[in-house]
Design a protein around this ligand. Structure first.
Ligand SMILES: Cc1cc2nc3c(=O)[nH]c(=O)nc-3n(C[C@H](O)[C@H](O)[C@H](O)COP(=O)(O)OP(=O)(O)OC[C@H]3O[C@@H](n4cnc5c(N)ncnc54)[C@H](O)[C@@H]3O)c2cc1C
Length: 370
């Protein structure tokens, strides 16, 4: 998605250079739903792809429920589907003579032979290609030593009898529970009163099995909470690293991008908007100056806050429901949406810090991790 997003932004901004796209799969992975806050945060050319908007979302656990409501599309929770995004992208990009597509092709990245060279090289089935810029969304990552948290999620798109869901409200984190190494909740994205994504999510320091999670998700779906005639239409699943200390393994002059290029918000797993913002900025600087923007995709203040938040979770995972409930209870929808999209004001950041229980954060600040 990050590579295609950059390509779309480049073409929209009038880039006239040649581009080679190398993709291992025969076609793009379309079993993904991308959500984010604030319609205006998306470039105007992609806004028509937004499939649903919600002005209300909730958090629940331990018998308590907290609701966030907003009136404005500036802070609404929006979603678009990968199949619509790729269909739009390929319609825009197909047939352009400056773009060469290599599907079904596993790239073998190689370093530049000349250490002083600024270009990148790619060896492909005996063919050697060099370019001024290379963007790699499949690069490796190096994990920090010790505990790290991964986000595991398995979601079922279900068709139910009418009125099974409140189509106006997303359950961002419902039934939050935790033990010493795993925080679990259910995410419910209702497209209609009879059609929704029900997703079991774990922020876990253990190795979780997606197959076991799928069975657990089926149990939730068939629990009777959504009526008795539930049909699972399709699944979507994934594992995302949640750690600000993860470094992309850069090869030569390749630029690591996307989820593997530190464009993921570590405390939440959201990456879609960051990638779109990065694509726009990068296309702008490539088109106007033929160089890359040096700005970090995620500003250091958010990385520092996410680092501390995740450190608190790693030290005391069982506290996670309290942390998210405190945030939900003490911060309003607008502040929350701005924080999630890296648009928080100074006073938003202060109110988020104030919303948190102080002791575990002070302790995490001053105690080293083993
Ligand atoms: C199911 C799912 C739902 C998500 N939902 C949200 C959401 O709601 N909101 C949000 O903000 N973020 C979400 N994310 C996180 C993030 O936005 C996505 O993971 C996004 O797709 C990341 O884009 P990317 O370009 O980094 O990776 P991808 O879209 O996965 O693209 C990487 C591409 O590299 C290809 N590739 C891999 N190895 C090679 C190789 N050796 N040679 C050639 N090609 C190769 C892959 O086939 C793939 O097509 C979600 C992630 C998943 C998995």
């Amino acid at each position: 998605m990050s590579g295609i997003s950059l390509l779309l932004a480049l073409i929209e901004q009038g880039y006239s250079g040649s581009v080679l796209v190398v993709e291992k799969r025969a076609e793009p992975e379309t079993q993904k739903t991308w959500c984010f806050w604030g319609e205006e945060n998306l470039s105007s050319s992609l806004r028509h792809l937004i499939k649903r908007r919600w002005f209300s979302w909730s958090f629940s656990g331990d018998g308590q429920e907290y609701h966030h409501c907003t009136q404005s599309s500036e802070h609404a929770y929006c979603c678009l589907q990968a199949e619509d995004f790729y269909q739009y992208a390929f319609e825009k990009l197909k047939g352009l003579p400056t773009i060469e597509w290599l599907w079904n092709t596993d790239s073998e990245l190689i370093d530049t032979v000349d250490a002083n060279a600024n270009n990148v090289e790619l060896a492909l089935k005996g063919r050697r290609v060099s370019a001024s810029f290379g963007f790699d969304s499949a690069c490796g990552i190096s994990l920090p030593e010790g505990n790290t948290i991964n986000q595991y999620f398995v979601g079922a798109w279900v068709k139910t009898s009418p009125q099974s869901f409140n189509a106006k409200k997303v359950a961002l984190m419902s039934n939050m529970t935790a033990d010493e190494s795993c925080f679990e909740f259910t995410y419910i994205l209702p497209f209609n009163s009879d059609y929704a994504l029900i997703e079991l999510t774990r922020f876990s320091m253990r190795d979780e099995s997606l197959a076991d999670m799928q069975s657990a998700c089926e149990d939730i779906v068939n629990s009777g909470d959504y009526g008795n005639d539930v049909v699972i239409k399709k699944w979507e699943k994934g594992v995302l690293p949640m750690d600000t200390r993860i470094a992309p393994v850069k090869v030569g002059n390749w630029n690591c991008i996307g989820a593997r290029g530190s464009m993921i918000r570590a405390s939440s797993g959201y990456a879609f908007l960051t990638i779109q913002r990065w694509a726009q900025k990068t296309a702008q600087s490539l088109c106007s100056e033929n160089k890359l923007s040096l700005a970090k995709p995620i500003s250091p203040i958010y990385s520092a806050l996410d680092f501390l938040f995740l450190k608190v979770m790693r030290k005391n995972m069982a506290l996670s429901p309290t942390l998210f409930s405190s945030m939900a209870k003490n911060v309003n929808a607008v502040v929350f949406a701005r924080f999630m999209t890296e648009k928080a004001t100074f006073s938003d950041v202060l109110s988020i810090i104030k919303a948190m229980p102080i002791r575990p954060f002070v302790k995490a600040l001053f105690t080293p991790e083993h």
